[in-house]
Write a protein that binds this ligand. Structure first.
Ligand code: SF4
Length: 362
């Protein structure tokens, strides 16, 4: 029988237990030096964070490579609408510095943080400040004695077990654990073994998963079976692509696993030689807006009358090409027919009405 799942608080977010699986990503560029938080660059950083939040990101991690970045992250954390996490390798003093600021979680890697007393200093301060810690085991940076173990998944579980035992000794329980490998089968196996033995919330992900397509496929392969079995408290889909793509991929993975709390589901056709309405161009204009909808709705975007009316009719809101016009469907009924040149305007009106109606029923 699996152990009861522990709940860990990270800023205003809860992980584990029966809390919904949360989505996170990692900032992809170094933070600039910040001294006060009033620098002109802060507003654009915050705008970037707000944009990620709008499309579903609930937790955001930053690499902290030196003291300047630790301080910048700390200052930014005081303004951020979502909890921020410091990602620390090698130098435990950076973790200590981050905790002088409202940083919500520290990620450390047992493979490179070094002597036990350093980890103890981090754990003691985290306990005192109410900061959670993630033990981030990565198959690429395992402790030295585990690097030659043939079974990568077992080696990662062993590395995590050792850290858990040490944190238990220290009386520190606000731990999240991740075991990241780049073979989806190993990711699945390591997390299943761990979840069968330990109560700590699991952060799921495939490491170094590659560019957009391979990254999404590998993460989906590994994570959907785990999530379907209620394994995993948070996920990050690592991609050699944008943060936005990581967040949207995580949303789709949760939806495929039946673990999404709520949100838009987009149905769209791939477009072909029959298309009278360019679904690609339409979605590139509308995706961000659609993914910002915080209601459970299905939106269909279709190219022509072959499958268009059928899909659009089933959705909460559908748009389909029909000759030189588009048809707009609301739950089965055609509510507008307009020339393609006016597609955006007519869709905008229908979408606003739909959202308004959903909100009034809350
Ligand atoms: S709905 Fe029409 S345009 Fe879209 S893929 Fe099908 S046949 Fe092609």
């Amino acid at each position: 029988m699996s152990p009861e799942r522990r709940i860990v608080k990270i800023g205003q977010l809860f992980m584990g237990g029966d809390w919904p699986v949360s989505i996170q990503t990692m900032w992809k560029s170094p933070l600039p030096s910040l001294e006060t938080g009033k620098e002109p660059g802060v507003e654009s950083l915050l705008a970037g964070i707000r944009k990620l939040e709008t499309i579903g990101c609930q937790l955001l991690r930053f690499a902290v490579a030196d003291e300047t970045q630790a301080k910048a992250l700390g200052i930014l954390a005081g303004f951020s609408p979502i909890p921020l996490v410091a990602d620390i390798h090698f130098d435990w003093r950076l973790a200590l510095l981050c905790m002088d600021y409202p940083v919500a979680k520290i990620r450390i890697n047992p493979g490179n943080i070094g002597a036990r007393w350093k980890v103890k200093e981090v754990a003691d301060k985290a306990k005192e400040r109410g900061v959670a810690i993630r033990i981030g085991v990565n198959s690429g940076s395992l402790p030295e004695d585990l690097r030659d173990v043939e079974d990568n998944a077992e080696a990662c579980v062993t590395a995590a077990e050792r850290e858990i035992a040490y944190f238990d000794e220290l009386g520190f329980s606000d731990l999240v654990v991740s075991m990241k490998l780049n073979d989806p089968k190993d990711v699945e196996r390591a997390n299943r073994i761990f979840a069968g033995k330990y109560p700590q919330p699991l952060h799921l992900g495939v490491t170094e998963a590659g560019p957009l397509i391979s990254g999404v496929v590998r993460n989906t392969t590994a994570l959907v079976p785990l999530l379907k079995d209620h394994i995993g408290a948070t996920l990050r889909v690592s991609l050699s692509d944008s943060m936005e793509a990581e967040v949207l991929a995580a949303r789709e993975i949760l939806a495929c696993a039946g673990a999404a709390a709520k949100g838009v589901r987009i149905v769209s056709c791939p477009r072909c030689g029959r298309a009278s309405f360019d679904t690609h161009a339409f979605l590139s204009r509308w995706s961000e807006r659609l993914y910002a909808i915080d209601e459970s709705v299905e939106i269909a975007v279709m190219g022509c009358v072959v499958n268009g009316p059928g899909e659009a009719r089933r959705a909460d809101l559908g748009i389909t090409g029909a000759g030189d016009s588009v048809l707009i469907f609301r739950r089965g009924a055609i509510i507008a027919r307009e020339k393609i040149a006016h597609a955006d305007t007519v869709f905008e009106n229908a979408l606003s009405e739909l959202i308004e109606e959903k909100r009034s029923k809350r």
